[in-house]
Ligand binder design. Structure first.
Ligand SMILES: NC(=O)c1ccc[n+]([C@@H]2O[C@H](COP(=O)([O-])OP(=O)(O)OC[C@H]3O[C@@H](n4cnc5c(N)ncnc54)[C@H](OP(=O)(O)O)[C@@H]3O)[C@@H](O)[C@H]2O)c1
Length: 365
């Protein structure tokens, strides 16, 4: 079998919340170089990537065959995270498939697909779990692994399934942004007794690197990661322990969440800022994130934590550990303590976690 170990990796989504740590992890020790696709090469994020060294920027959009071809050409690896919040579910399916096909044609040897759970299927095909930005990726992940059965000697492929970034629970403009009410850190979300398989971006950096470093073993693998199943009472208790300030989780019914919750102002917008609401395949933000919360509430998505411990023995294993590290890191970087960071006057002034919010693409969804 030919070697799949790549040296130069084309990254789609490199300037994003996920892509930034993934690229850092790839180039830090100069083992890999990266060609990063961006529509916006003058953004602070693109400049920060360039400053890492071993990174070049290709200007353009993933929704263009010629750009994709230029991106993959001369690269032997690929990390593809197609932004479904731009394209919407239907268009994401198309460009993800074309990305895989063009990567093979252009001679890529190892293809990592940035994936999310196939929420609808994991919920037993009950439409209450339908989450466009998850299902769009989850379907293609299965398709890629299926193609890979035949193609694995020509181009290896792995599926890297993440989940809601833990960082979103302490950030502005997210489905689980915190509020501070009467001096109490508060999360009002429709989670019931369920739990969210939150991921740590720092660990995503490690796992993505691991996939490229271990391309032979990773060929055909579906690596599904998380810190742990985070129920929000556990989040609040851990937050109190780490910060010394009171915190609470308030289980919120969907109707209230969509009237006054963190995404309520965007409820009627398309889940994908370039998706067309007149197209009946387009989900609204409300429909999309209702499926999202129903999936976590019913805990339809599980992880194999023993496998994660084997692959990444030093991974972050609890929300409390994550909060402790984040508190420490924030202080070191001059962002202040976690408690200070979630105060509304700071939360909504800090650079947003998601580039899409930083660029105000969806009225700051
Ligand atoms: N939020 C979460 O918790 C989470 C967790 C796991 C996965 N995801 C998924 O990750 C994807 C978004 O990535 P992110 O979380 O890193 O969000 P983000 O911070 O908003 O970044 C979006 C990224 O996609 C790129 N992008 C968007 N449209 C593009 C286009 N037409 N052509 C080329 N690049 C384009 C942006 O690049 P430029 O702006 O530089 O062009 C940027 O790098 C979504 O599909 C989302 O479902 C999200």
């Amino acid at each position: 079998m030919p070697s799949h170990s790549p040296s130069k990796i084309f990254v789609i989504g490199a300037t994003g919340a996920q892509g930034m740590p993934v690229v850092s992890g790839l180039v830090a020790d100069k083992k890999y170089s990266v060609r990063a696709l961006s529509r916006d090469p003058n953004s602070r994020r693109a400049k920060a990537l360039l400053a890492l060294g071993n990174v070049e920027i290709l200007e353009g959009t993933f929704a263009d065959e010629e750009t994709l071809r230029q991106g993959f050409r001369g690269c032997d690896g690929a990390y593809v995270n197609i932004d479904g919040f731009n394209s919407g579910e239907k268009t994401e399916l198309f460009w993800a498939i074309r990305s895989y096909e063009i990567a093979i044609e252009e001679g890529v040897k190892f293809f990592v697909y940035g994936n999310l759970d196939y929420a609808l299927k994991k919920g037993g095909y009950d439409s209450k779990f339908r989450t466009g930005h998850y299902d769009g990726k989850g379907r293609i992940a299965e398709w890629i692994l299926w193609q890979n059965e035949e193609n694995k000697d020509r181009m290896g492929a792995a599926v890297f399934t993440t989940g809601p970034y833990m960082e979103m629970a302490i950030s502005a403009w997210t489905p689980m942004s915190p509020t501070v009410e009467d001096g109490i850190a508060t999360w009002r979300v429709p989670l019931g007794d369920g739990a969210v398989p939150h991921v740590a971006l720092e660990d995503c950096s490690y796992y993505a690197r691991w996939l490229f470093d271990n391309a032979e073993r990773a060929n055909g693998m579906k690596l599904e990661v998380a810190i742990e199943q985070v129920d929000y009472q556990k989040l609040a208790t851990a937050f109190e322990k780490v910060t010394g300030h009171p915190a609470r989780y308030i289980d919120t019914d969907l109707e209230t969440y969509w009237t006054s919750g963190s995404l309520s102002r965007a409820a009627k917008a398309p889940a994908g800022y370039n998706a067309d609401l007149a197209d009946k395949s387009t989900m609204t933000v409300k429909q999309n994130f209702t499926g999202f919360w129903n999936s976590w509430k019913n805990e339809t998505v599980k992880r194999d934590y023993a496998l994660l411990d084997e692959i990444h023995p030093n991974r972050i294993k609890s929300v409390e550990d994550w909060l402790r590290r984040e508190d420490q890191l924030g202080r070191e970087l001059g962002k202040g303590s976690l408690w200070e960071r979630i105060q509304p006057e700071n939360l909504y002034k800090a650079p947003p976690l998601l580039k899409l919010s930083e660029d105000n693409r969806t009225g700051r969804l």
